[in-house]
Design a protein around this ligand. Structure first.
Ligand SMILES: Nc1ncnc2c1ncn2[C@@H]1O[C@H](COP(=O)(O)OP(=O)(O)O)[C@@H](O)[C@H]1O
Ligand SMILES: CC(=O)N[C@@H](CCC(=O)OP(=O)(O)O)C(=O)O
Length: 298
C-alpha cells in the first residue's frame, strides 16, 4: 500500500460488515434457501439488479439458493394486449384455457428467462425450470374446478435439483406444473415456494413482498411483528390481523415449518439487498416465523 493511502470509514464499515457475515456464511454454506421472488423487487430495475447480485453472492459463498418466481403483473399486461380481462377469486387468478396459455407463455417463457439472463449477467449460473422439468411438481386441480386450471401442489420430486445444486447452479422455477394427465396448471408462486422448501428440507424460506413483513396494524409500518411462533401465526389469521394477500403467504410459511423447514421469513422486497440483510446480519429484517421456540433472528 502506498504511504499516502489511508483506510476510510467506508472501508472500515465494509470489512466489519463482511466480518459480521462470517458466522452466517459458515452456518448456511451447503444449505438450501428457497426464495420466492416477486413484487417490486421484480418490477423495479434497480431492485432487480440488487436481487440478482444477492443471489449470485449467496451461491458464490456456498449457500444453495433456489428461486421460485411470480409474475402476476406481467401476466395481466399480456392479457390486456390480448383483450382478456384478468379475474381473481380469493387472490387466485381464475384461469380459463386461453388464460392458461398466456400464463404459461409469460411465466415459463418470458419471466423465467429474464431472471435466468439477469442472474447469469452478474456471474451467477442459473438454470430455468418449470414444474414440468424432471417431474419437479405435480399439480392437482384446485377445489371443484370453478377457478379453471388453477392448481394445488399434489407432489414435489426435487431430485432434478440435487445435481444442479451440487454443481453450484441456481435453479429458477416458474409455478406452472402439469396434472397427472399432463395438462398445465397455474399454481400460486408462494404455494410452490413453500412446498418446495419443505421437500428440500430447506434451512429457510424467504418470501419477498411489498410490505415490511406481517404488521399488527396493516396500515402502520411501525407495527411490524419481528418474530412469530407457528401457533401465534395461526392466531393472527384466525383473529383477522392477517388478511387478503398476506393470508396465503402466512399459511404457506406455516405449512413449510410444519414440514421441517427451520424458519420462514416475509421480507420487504422494496428494500435494496433485503436478501443479504436477512441472511447475513444479526438483526435480520421482516417477519420471521419459527417452528421451534428459541431460534433467534438470522
Ligand atoms: N397483517 C398484515 N400485514 C401486512 N400486510 C397485510 C396484512 N394483512 C393483509 N395484508 C396485505 O397483504 C398484502 C401482501 O400480499 P400480496 O399483495 O398478495 O403480495 P405479493 O404480490 O408480493 O404476492 C399487503 O400489501 C397488504 O395489503
Ligand atoms: C393461481 C394464481 O393466481 N397464480 C399466479 C401465478 C403467478 C404468481 O403467483 O405471481 P405473483 O407472485 O406475482 O402474484 C397468477 O396467475 O398470477
Amino acid at each position: 500500500m502506498s504511504p499516502d493511502r489511508h483506510i476510510s470509514p467506508e472501508d472500515t464499515l465494509r470489512v466489519s460488515v463482511l466480518s459480521e457475515a462470517l458466522p452466517y456464511i459458515q452456518r448456511f454454506a451447503g444449505r438450501r434457501i428457497v426464495i420466492k421472488y416477486g413484487g417490486a423487487a421484480m418490477v423495479r430495475e434497480d431492485l432487480r439488479e440488487a436481487v440478482f447480485r444477492d443471489l449470485a453472492l449467496l451461491a458464490c459463498v456456498g449457500v444453495q439458493p433456489v428461486v421460485v418466481h411470480g409474475g402476476g403483473p406481467e401476466i395481466n399486461q399480456w392479457l390486456g394486449k390480448l383483450a382478456i380481462e384478468p379475474r381473481f377469486q380469493d387472490g387466485l387468478r381464475v384461469t380459463s384455457p386461453d388464460t392458461m396459455d398466456v400464463v404459461e407463455m409469460v411465466l415459463v417463457g418470458r419471466v423465467n428467462k429474464q431472471i435466468v439472463n439477469g442472474l447469469n449477467r452478474v456471474g451467477g449460473r442459473a438454470v430455468g425450470l418449470s414444474g414440468s422439468d424432471g417431474g419437479l411438481v405435480l399439480a392437482r386441480t384446485m377445489g371443484d374446478g370453478t377457478l379453471g386450471m388453477v392448481g394445488d401442489v399434489a407432489r414435489v420430486d426435487p431430485s432434478v435439483l440435487t445435481p444442479l445444486l451440487a454443481a453450484g447452479y441456481i435453479p429458477v422455477i416458474s409455478s406452472v406444473a402439469p396434472n397427472v394427465d399432463g395438462l398445465a396448471h397455474n399454481i400460486n408462486a408462494d404455494t410452490v415456494a413453500g412446498e418446495l422448501a419443505a421437500a428440500l428440507q430447506a434451512e429457510k424460506l424467504i418470501l419477498l413482498t411489498d410490505t415490511p413483513g406481517i404488521l399488527r396494524d396493516r396500515h402502520a409500518p411501525a407495527s411490524l411483528i419481528r418474530q412469530l411462533s407457528l401457533s401465534e401465526a395461526r392466531g393472527l389469521i384466525a383473529d383477522g390481523v392477517v388478511e387478503g394477500g398476506m393470508t396465503p403467504k402466512t399459511e404457506c410459511c406455516i405449512r413449510a415449518l410444519a414440514q421441517g423447514v427451520k424458519a420462514a421469513h416475509i421480507v420487504d422486497g422494496r428494500v435494496a439487498h433485503s436478501l443479504l440483510l436477512e441472511v447475513f446480519t444479526n438483526a435480520g429484517i421482516g417477519t420471521m416465523v419459527v417452528g421451534s421456540p428459541g431460534l433467534v433472528h438470522g
